[in-house]
Design a protein around this ligand. Structure first.
Ligand code: SF4
Length: 744
């Protein structure tokens, strides 16, 4: 007779929601996962990608044994070897490089958010590479531009509590496909509409599923969001809709900003820049300023342009201008990731980094692999939690770099990704069901722990185990690496500090312990000040009432919402107190001025657009956007057959005008190209994109794409104005019909 058991888990994928999951075991095998109804934010439902997780965990293609390359690089031909051989060979190669003329900085770790867990994503790996003296990696590929811009205005990433959105009256999704990529926040928005009469507006050049379900969709030209925000400010100041009292008390640089927008950003000029009508700009400004509380969800797409940092900085000024911060359900939300002051330095040990260690920006992997960046050549690449052969920009040059015979490449992975094909040594990785981890979130404010539900498949090992093994091979200090994952979690939670110096524990995490997380499940950080541990404990166990079931098995199905009972959210800046140097919301930012950057909000045009680069646009007239496919999460889940079937194949959405101009019919194969590269996709002709813009949902693996190339073949490695971020969406291309024209 088999026994069923349930284990509490957390979804680890690169998604703001960090869902609480329950894994059902039949004996020692996971047979299903479902949402944990006791998680107050995610309330018992998972997206369609993760609700079929056992299909992924037990997939026939799971890597289960270490392997050594036996064929040419890129061929994916390997032989099985033992862990002892694999670790010994890696250690030997690393030691030879570290002792060589270029030193350990010739070794480059490359990782991102293949898992979001603090321990398996950014724990002992950092400690190991710091101890080794390897090059540092600046992890810029997603969000650094927005963080830099937002912080320039607000002083930190702090913003509106996601749970407060259900009490808003006017909600703007700005560059955010919330219904698909942040669906538990979308539930709060739908609740606000149903129970609070809220209007939902989406600003996005693409008619995403969120745009289609919103009350109003505005479709500006890509990369013009800052101009739109400045135009809104013009109307708000001109028509005396600003909250002058809030501006006087809590903002810095109001008069300079007022003068700039009244002079430079009239609706007529902004309409020319954005492609929106003057009437729509006027109406949006009026509705936004006069309907309170109003909240903005700002997201990642609009950051991926040359001026992406300034765009986020500019939009982040809006709530202060209209006094939306006075309300808990007003303001703006970029990310909650900074809400969790885990003791990262205790785990990562930045004190071990040798002086003058260089940093490589991960967006410029192509340049790094071709020796075009300052410092030593990259002689070894250690990849984990990432798939750079598919996700990095300027893909053809990344692939030619990975082909270098003198490059030693290790890839620690769950599946035979495009990057695995270029590895010298492949190491099999555990999934979330097979290892321990501690989670914050970038879309809510709950801490969670993930305990292993099943034993590792085959010989798969988690990241921390591999770095412990490598450290031993290299003779690193036992006291640095002989530490359990649970102890790392306790260190992140400041547990040893809490017994000796409780006042040094950040308020947000006081009273949150590993033992409590294991027994109680998700615990909300302490957000009210001053706040006792006892009060925090009571607050964190408050669970929303009503029917918690939200069915969302596929992105296209409707959801059932329940009347929300929300903990009283906090209005973080109702009385000012911005964490900037001035303590005010900084329209004027002295820190930017000192870097030679415009200290006031401004519009920085895209590097590649018909207006800003007309000569380039004469050859490549279409602006390409590559947002996430609803069926994938970056390049994760492409390996799951049912999800790949749902996504069908690489597609290109193109307007009827642009298609007709090129003689392209719906369903035909097209070639998308520029000077950097090309890829092939099936044309979807329709009204989801405005003329001049094309959209290719991503990120397909190269090996599942015609021609073995995906959309990142065309993407630039140019960096954003602030934060050194990636500019994937600042990309001009041309599209042509392929012959033969029709596939079945
Ligand atoms: S919605 Fe996001 S966090 Fe939740 S299960 Fe899906 S991918 Fe994971």
């Amino acid at each position: 007779m088999t026994t069923h058991k349930t284990v509490r888990s957390v979804c680890p994928h690169d998604c703001p929601d960090a869902c609480g999951m329950l894994v059902t075991l039949d004996g020692d095998r996971a047979v299903s996962v479902r949402g944990d109804r006791e998680n107050p934010f995610t309330r018992g439902f998972l997206c369609h990608k993760v609700s079929r997780y056992p299909e992924r965990v037990y997939h026939r293609d799971r890597l289960q044994f270490p392997m050594r390359r036996v064929g040419p690089k890129g061929s994916g031909q390997f032989e099985r070897i033992s862990w002892d051989s694999a670790l010994a060979e890696i250690a030997e190669r690393f030691k030879a490089i570290a002792d060589g003329p270029h030193g350990p900085q010739a070794i480059l770790p490359y990782s991102y958010c293949g898992t979001m867990g603090k321990i398996q994503s950014e724990g002992l790996d950092r400690r190991f590479f710091h101890r080794l003296g390897a090059s540092l990696l600046d992890r810029t590929i997603c969000a650094t531009a927005g963080v830099a811009g937002y912080t320039a205005t607000i002083g930190s990433r702090q913003g509106t509590d996601p749970e407060a959105f259900s009490q808003s009256k006017y909600i703007i999704n700005w560059g955010s496909n919330t219904a698909v990529t942040n669906m538990h926040l979308w539930v709060r928005m739908v609740e606000a509409r149903k129970y609070n009469g809220a209007k939902i507006v989406t600003i996005d050049p693409y008619r995403s599923q969120t745009a289609a379900r919103s009350d109003w969709h505005l479709s500006p030209r890509p990369g013009t969001d800052a101009a739109l925000a400045l135009g809104l400010m013009h109307v708000i100041f001109r028509d005396q809709l600003a909250d002058e009292d809030y501006l006087t008390q809590h903002c810095l640089g109001t008069e300079e900003l007022r003068a700039r927008v009244l002079t430079d950003y009239s609706p007529i000029r902004v309409a020319r820049i954005t492609g929106l009508s003057e009437a729509d700009i006027e109406r949006l400004a009026l509705e936004y300023a006069t309907t309170q509380p109003s909240a903005i969800r700002i997201n990642y797409g609009l950051q991926r342009h040359a001026g992406g940092g300034m765009a986020v900085r500019t939009i982040a000024c809006l709530p202060a201008i209209i006094g939306a911060w006075r309300h808990a359900a007003g303001g703006i939300l970029l990310s909650t990731s900074a809400s969790f002051p885990f003791q990262m330095s205790a785990v990562q040990r930045p004190d071990l980094i040798p002086l003058r260690t260089r940093t490589i920006n991960m967006t410029q992997l192509a340049e790094a692999l071709h020796g075009e960046l300052p410092g030593p050549p990259v002689q070894a690449l250690y990849v984990y939690n990432s798939n750079p052969a598919a996700i990095a920009p300027d893909q053809q040059r990344v692939l030619s770099g990975l082909l270098r015979d003198d490059l030693f490449t290790v890839v620690h992975e769950q599946f035979p990704t495009d990057t695995v094909d270029y590895a010298d040594i492949v190491l099999p990785a555990t999934t979330q069901l097979e290892h321990f981890d501690l989670h914050g979130s970038y879309g809510h404010q709950y801490v969670q722990v993930n305990v292993p539900a099943i034993a590792p498949l085959g010989e798969a090992r988690c990241n921390t185990d591999v770095f412990r093994g490598l450290a031993k091979q290299l003779g690193f200090e036992t006291e640095l690496f002989d530490v359990s994952d649970e102890q790392l979690a306790r260190d992140l939670l400041w547990e040893s500090v809490s017994t000796t110096s409780p006042d040094q524990v950040p308020l947000a995490l006081r009273g949150i312990t590993l033992d409590r997380l294991k027994t109680e499940g998700a615990i909300k950080i302490n957000v009210q000040q001053p706040h006792s541990v006892e009060a925090a404990s009571k607050l964190t166990r408050s669970v929303s009432e009503g029917d918690p079931t939200h069915e969302f098995p596929t992105p296209s199905l409707t959801l059932r919402v329940s009347k929300p009972v929300v903990q009283q959210p906090v209005a973080p800046f109702a009385n000012g107190g911005f964490p900037t140097p001035s303590g005010k919301c900084e329209f004027y930012c002295d820190r930017l001025a000192k870097q030679g950057i415009d200290p006031l909000p401004t519009f920085i045009p895209p590097a590649e657009s018909p207006d800003s680069a007309p000569e380039l646009a004469a050859r490549f007239p279409l602006q390409l956007l590559t947002p996430p496919s609803p069926h994938f999460l970056n390049s994760t889940f492409v390996e799951v057959d049912s999800l790949r079937r749902s996504a069908v194949e690489p597609q290109l959405e193109i307007s009827p005008n642009d298609a007709a101009h090129r003689g392209i019919q719906h369903g035909e194969l097209v070639n998308i190209f520029n000077d950097r590269g090309s890829f092939t996709a099936r044309a979807i002709v329709g009204e989801t994109v405005r003329p001049g813009v094309v959209v290719s949902p991503s990120i397909w693996w190269n090996k599942h794409s015609l021609g073995n190339r995906n959309c990142n073949s065309t993407a630039p490695t140019r960096l954003t104005d602030l934060g050194g971020g990636a500019t994937f969406f600042d990309n001009l291309v041309q599209v042509e019909r392929l012959e033969p024209t029709r596939a079945s």
